[in-house]
Design a protein around this ligand. Structure first.
Ligand SMILES: *Cc1c(COP(=O)(O)O)cnc(C)c1O
Length: 378
């Protein structure tokens, strides 16, 4: 009998349930004759603001651009200056760090917390300097990276909070004021990616900036449009980074499914966490209601030093996995200035982590079967 395969990703299958929504959106945009900007983009931005609980959303070309434009806008506003330091976890995605250096700021990669695999208060505290002006919590794997202490450190040291929400659409956090805040509404601004593999992804590249700051929203919008505030009048040396009309229409159609999609991922994560039981595996921490996780990735740790071997064996059993990410940012070739830095937790994680498939292309039964395969692997 041919062995069943459990692909890590199958976007065609995952998107098949949205076929009608996509076709309708496509037809509408084609008919409208408006393919960049226009009312489709505006109405998606408004819906996204409402969903996220912010005043302004600006659609941009990608998640990386969302971060770049936020940081450049903060520099233009005088809230950050060239050479200022921005603290970010060393196990984050490279895009988070690229955006910081691109804006002329200094990324300071720090140790994540080994259990949450996110930026921690300790990581921030032990790296504060005169030049620290901002922190970038990346809600990695969909887990809210925020707590009372982090908010307090930011407040006491006048640090801006720039959230990288690329993996955390819809996740929320109950702040000390007892209010529930969605990812993207906690700091000065939030950056989202709608890359096709994200929890909510379009059919191409796309991103968004969320903020309650009018000036920041205006500057981000201008920067994404050649730095122009009105037609053929250029106040900044800008870029071309806009959310396509077609992608905005697709995303507007998907937005109402966000909570459902996240709920399905939560159920799958719960199944993995209940079923997987092996001495050499540490399961990801289960979140509480105060600090949610939307499980962009379900990341286990293989602690016997044989992750790659384990991964190959799983592959042979038909289970595709991935590693997010195999090289911590401070050891990437493009950042030689950090190669002397020793960040043992980030380095250990990069060698232990393994992402199991959790996407919409798999059923709960598939997840049970994968758990069983993992438990029985010899
Ligand atoms: C995907 C991702 C990005 C970049 O988004 P793009 O749309 O691919 O540019 C940034 N940060 C994190 C944490 C991501 O997962």
């Amino acid at each position: 009998m041919k062995k069943r395969r459990y692909p890590f990703i199958n976007l065609k299958k995952a998107n098949s349930i949205y076929g009608d929504c996509f076709s309708k959106a496509f037809g509408r945009v084609l008919e409208s004759g408006r393919y960049v900007g226009g009312p489709e983009v505006k109405s998606f931005e408004d819906a996204f603001s409402e969903y996220t609980g912010v005043t302004y959303t600006v659609g941009v070309g990608s998640g990386l651009d969302a971060l770049r434009l936020i940081l450049r806008a903060l520099v233009l506003m005088g809230k950050l200056a060239e050479g200022d330091e921005v603290i970010v976890a060393a196990n984050a995605y490279i895009a988070s760090v690229l955006a910081i250096s691109d804006a002329g700021l200094i990324p300071v990669p720090v140790e994540p917390d080994i259990m949450t695999m996110n930026l921690s208060v300790r990581g921030i505290e032990s790296n504060l300097s005169e030049k620290t002006k901002a922190i970038m919590p990346v809600h990695l794997y969909g887990r809210m990276c925020m707590d009372k202490e982090m908010l307090k450190i930011a407040r006491n040291n006048g640090l801006l909070i720039i959230e990288d929400c690329a993996q955390a659409i819809g996740a929320s956090y109950v702040a000390p004021d007892s209010e529930r805040y969605k990812a993207g509404s906690l700091g000065i601004a939030g950056a989202f990616s709608f890359y096709p593999t994200k929890n909510i992804g379009c059919l191409g590249d796309g991103g968004a900036v969320t903020t309650n700051d009018r000036e920041l929203a205006d500057i981000v919008r201008a920067l994404g449009n050649y730095g122009s505030d009105y037609r053929y009048h250029n106040v900044y040396k800008g870029y071309n980074s806009r959310l396509d009309t077609l992608q905005a229409a697709f995303l507007h159609a998907l937005l109402p499914f966000t909570d459902k999609v996240n709920q399905l991922r939560r159920r799958k994560a719960t199944i993995y966490s209940e079923k997987i039981n092996r001495d050499n595996i540490i399961l990801p921490m289960m979140p509480n209601d105060e600090k949610e996780c939307v499980w962009h990735q379900y990341v286990i740790r293989i602690t016997d030093g044989r992750r790659d071997e384990f991964r190959e064996k799983l592959e042979r059993e038909g289970v595709e996995t991935d590693i997010h990410y195999p090289i911590p940012v401070h050891l990437q070739p493009c950042y030689p200035e950090y190669h002397d830095k020793h960040l043992p937790i980030a380095e250990q994680l990069s060698k232990e982590i393994l992402s199991l498939p959790i996407g919409n292309h798999l059923t709960e039964k598939d997840i049970e079967e994968i758990s069983e395969i993992i438990n029985c692997l010899r």
